[in-house]
Design a protein around this ligand. Structure first.
Ligand SMILES: [Zn+2]
Length: 84
């Protein structure tokens, strides 16, 4: 379904995450935040932009570094013995 959003609407709409301006990605039918440090892509369903951070697609999903507490590290260092 093609995205048919008038430019005036794009001027009104803003990224709910960073309040930056949005641009239409016609290839994906998404509204993409133009802020470089945000760049969330919001889906457009039935011609209606879904401006919800929960629904947004993050183009660069950075893997979060696994933060281990000392207790978790100890538990992994001393695994339960296999009972065979
Ligand atoms: Zn944004």
């Amino acid at each position: 379904m093609p995205v048919e959003l008038v430019p005036e609407l794009l001027d009104i709409l803003a990224c709910p995450n960073c309040h930056g301006s949005l641009a239409v990605d016609h290839d994906r039918d998404e509204l993409v935040c133009t802020a470089p440090d945000c760049s969330l892509a919001y889906p457009v369903r039935n011609g209606i932009p879904v401006l919800l951070v929960d629904e947004a697609r993050s183009p660069q999903r950075e893997p979060k570094p696994a933060v281990k507490t000392e207790a978790q590290v100890e538990a992994q260092a001393d695994p339960a013995p296999d009972t065979e």
